[in-house]
Ligand binder design. Structure first.
Ligand code: PEP
Ligand code: MG
Length: 810
């Protein structure tokens, strides 16, 4: 290939960039040119990164220059940053071209392929819209943030997420908007707020949208229709957030010490010594240099956050890791960067400019009325500080030692780094139970007290501190007898945990010799590893939704088969129970827009949704039918209420088996979840048509007691210890007798107090979250199955859940 002008495609989406390049290459008719892509944070996540753009420019530059084409918003800002990061010589050969991405790329590719020089290629690309304009007329004017224009499309939605449009739903909204070529502005109509750019996370978050607020949207541009439809669909799906946010965050901010992550811990006080950031900085240099300095720091922090996100997803969980997505978006926030840019252009140096803009933004959050939103000020400040520390050498955070960690507050990044083996507890003088750092610590099982008061900051390092986070209490330098009592309680807990872990891989056998298999509930491929490490005897529930949620298209049979067989392999060939897609209700699917329902939990959910889309279920059953030839598999259908539903699902399974062209796999067991009281009471009729029942106590409880499982206000009513639920379990076991086995896979199975009760009622197996397996097995080992029958009989005539608990406590 001779030296031709190189092209770089900068896009939020890697898939989009690749497709655009393929399209352009179609036009080249064999002429080869250098095209490099800098798009997406990875294959699936949207975003742009200046460092990636620098690499792409370097790859595309063969001495005669590079034309860079960008999609929109932060792609342009990142490209500008990248330009600043290049050496002077290389920078002079680069043109950032304002042409629209697809049209510009095609025209530029043809010009470059024909041997045009840098200027010609850039000029050709810049004229790329001429043909379309000739045909369709000029584009409508672009609206500013002052108010809707006639050409705008408008819409509105009411936010019902428990914490309003907080960081995670707002991040989903920004991601949705950034996927399209459109200008989108939103405002909080309930507060008659100003309009803000919907590409900007910080802008959206400062609208203070709380649950119940109405949000107005207006959109213009070539993909206005798709953008508006996408936003409204996302809003209808509650921004892909389960409406149980309250479980991640307790309801009120602390006015006194409160236990924000339960447990006990004792050890020497260790202050988290974070050197305060000294903002003194030399005089401002040339704005281009200052901008480059900031760009470098942002690139460093972006990489650090990305690594931390990966680690957190692996070690803690995907939901907790997603906290860092909002941090990444802040680094990419056009409104924030525009403000900093303006200050730098006015002669300020990067450090004070960044610091001032971040401080203002944090102050806006801190002034919001909702405590959960207010806690987001900490996230803004944390990311801001990370960038400042990256610009100011020598101000990096200090290592913390073993013991009780004491700090004013922690950033999510610091919390993610803490090792539960070294940190006995965390005492925060301020802090909020809603803070992302605290959410992370809860997930790691580290006891935390927030709002402990500023006096704790003067506890000298090394002083013994005993923390009872369960009761929101701590004792500094406890008297001997208190310390001994604390240590004894912690030792007993640790010993029980240790013993349970040591025996985790052994089967769980009751005192009188009945083996009760204890399986794992798996909600991601990572969970399978954790299940294996925790001694799972089988996978009693593979919640396959994780493969379907948040996707634009359903996974096909091949993809599903690959994931299920990886789970089975991780569990070394133990039986896995694949539950067919259980969507609808609180788990909407992006690719299956459903009509709004007044009572989604009583609507088209579970098997009802699958039978309404038989192709979807057929594809999943195909994966199961093929997998069952390789490894022991059980398949079960969720939320069955009638025999007709079970028959219809079984017919689709038989069809799938027929389509494999192979005989029925011998190891394939077929079952159903019992989650609807009607199914429990008809258990005998169902039992003749299944190999097993799996009782979903989470749903069975909510339906039996008419207590929405996502509504904290009725949580006390939806109590699985209620004798009514015990009667239903007994009915299921009686109906199953002689035909089908019975396991329990709802959360009740993981409550150590429930093991004897369930065994006594006739349950054969239990399936629980992986970390609960060792303790559940220990609970089984303490049971005598004959005594358990007597106990269960007694409990069936109890008056209330409280009476059942009390009796079990005895
Ligand atoms: C249940 O309802 O108990 C159950 C295990 O299913 P899910 O929690 O996934 O609805
Ligand atoms: Mg359920």
């Amino acid at each position: 290939m001779g030296a031709t002008v190189g092209l770089v495609v900068v896009s939020h989406s890697r898939a989009l960039a690749r497709a655009a390049v393929e399209l352009a290459q179609e036009m080249l008719h064999g002429n080869e040119i250098h095209i490099a892509i800098a798009a997406g944070l990875d294959d699936t996540r949207f975003g742009t990164d200046a460092a990636q753009i620098v690499d792409a420019i370097t790859a595309a530059d063969h001495g005669v220059g590079v034309v860079v084409l960008m999609d929109l918003g932060s792609a342009v800002l990142s490209a500008e940053l990248a330009l600043e990061l290049l050496d002077d010589g290389a920078r002079d050969r680069v043109v950032l071209c304002p042409a629209p991405l697809v049209e510009g790329l095609i025209v530029a590719a043809v010009a470059a392929g024909g041997g045009a020089d840098l200027k010609e290629v850039a000029a050709e690309a810049a004229r790329a819209l001429a043909g379309k304009i000739g045909q369709l007329g000029p584009a409508p004017t672009i609206p500013g943030p002052d108010g809707p224009r006639d050409a705008d499309l408008t819409g509105s939605f009411v936010v019902i997420n428990p914490h309003g449009l907080h960081a995670r739903p707002a991040a989903r909204l920004v991601q949705e908007v950034r996927r399209h070529d459109a200008h989108a502005f939103i405002r909080n109509r309930s507060l008659a707020s100003r309009w803000v750019d919907a590409h900007s996370l910080s802008g959206i978050a400062t609208l203070g949208v709380r649950t119940g607020d109405e949000v107005e949207v207006r959109v213009s541009g070539s993909e206005a229709t798709e953008t508006l439809a996408g936003i409204l669909a996302l809003a209808a799906r509650h921004f892909d957030e389960p409406l149980t946010g309250a479980t991640l965050a307790p309801p009120e901010a602390p006015s006194q010490p409160i236990g924000a992550s339960l447990g006990l811990g004792i050890g020497p006080a260790r202050s988290a010594r974070l050197a305060p950031i000294a903002l003194q900085d030399g005089p401002a240099e040339d704005p281009a240099l200052e901008w480059r300095r900031l760009g470098n720091a942002i690139a460093v922090v972006r990489r650090a956050i990305s690594q931390l996100r990966t680690r957190t997803a692996r070690e803690v969980g995907e939901a907790e890791a997603s906290i860092f997505d909002a941090h990444q978006l802040l680094l990419d926030d056009s409104a924030l960067l525009d403000d900093v840019h303006a200050r730098i252009d006015d002669g300020e140096s990067a450090v004070p400019a960044w610091s001032a803009v971040v401080r203002d933004l944090a102050a806006e959050f801190a002034a919001l009325p909702d405590p959960y939103m207010r806690a987001r000020a900490e996230d803004v400040a944390a990311v801001g500080d990370q960038v400042l520390r990256a610009m100011l050498p020598g101000s990096a955070s200090a290592e913390t030692g073993t013991g009780v960690l004491i700090a004013a507050d922690l950033t999510p990044a610091q919390a993610a780094e803490l090792d539960p083996a070294r940190v006995a507890a965390v005492l925060l003088s301020f802090g909020s139970p809603h803070a992302h750092s605290v959410i992370l610590l809860r997930a790691k099982g580290i006891p935390v007290i927030v709002g402990a008061g500023s006096a704790v900051l003067s506890i000298p390092d090394g002083t013994t501190v005993a923390v009872d986070a369960t009761h929101g209490e701590f004792v500094v330098d406890p008297p001997d007898e208190v310390e001994q009592d604390f240590r004894a309680r912690i030792a007993t807990l640790a010993q029980r945990r240790h013993m349970a872990h040591a025996r985790a891989a052994e089967p769980a056998v009751t005192r009188d010799g009945v083996t009760v298999p204890v399986g794992a509930n798996i909600g991601s491929a990572d969970d399978a590893r954790s299940a294996a490490a925790c001694g799972a005897d089988f996978a009693g529930l593979v919640r396959t939704e994780f493969l379907f949620l948040g996707r634009r298209e359903a996974p096909d049979a091949d993809e599903q088969m690959a994931v299920y067989s990886r789970i089975a392999e991780t569990l070394e060939g133990q039986r896995i129970t694949v539950r067919t897609l259980d969507a609808g209700g609180d788990k909407p699917l992006e690719f299956l827009p459903t009509t709004a329902e007044a009572n989604p939990f009583l609507g088209v959910r579970g098997i009802r949704l699958s039978l309404a889309h038989p192709d979807l279920l057929a594809e999943q059953l195909m994966a199961v039918a093929r997998l069952a030839h390789e490894t022991p598999v059980s398949v079960m259908f969720p939320m069955i209420s009638t025999l007709d539903e079970l028959f219809a699902a079984r017919r689709l399974l038989d069809d799938a088996i027929g389509r494999t062209g192979r005989p029925r796999p011998r190891g394939l067991h077929v079952g159903m979840m019992v989650e609807v009281p009607a199914a429990a009471l008809k258990a005998a009729a169902f039992a003749r048509h299944v190999d097993f029942f799996s009782i979903g106590t989470n749903d069975l409880t909510q339906y039996a007691l008419a207590a929405d499982r996502t509504n904290d206000s009725v949580a006390a009513i939806g109590d699985p210890f209620d004798p009514a639920l015990l009667h239903l379990v007994r009915a299921i076991c009686r109906g199953a007798a002689g035909h089908a086995s019975v396991s329990v896979c709802g959360e009740f199975a993981g409550d150590e107090r429930a093991a004897g009760l369930l065994i006594g009622l006739g349950v054969d197996a239990l399936s629980v979250t992986p970390p609960a397996i060792p303790a559940t097995k220990q609970a089984v080992r303490a049971v005598d199955s004959r005594e358990a029958v007597t106990l269960a009989d007694e409990m069936l005539s109890a008056d209330s859940a409280a009476a059942v608990r009390e009796r079990l406590h005895e």
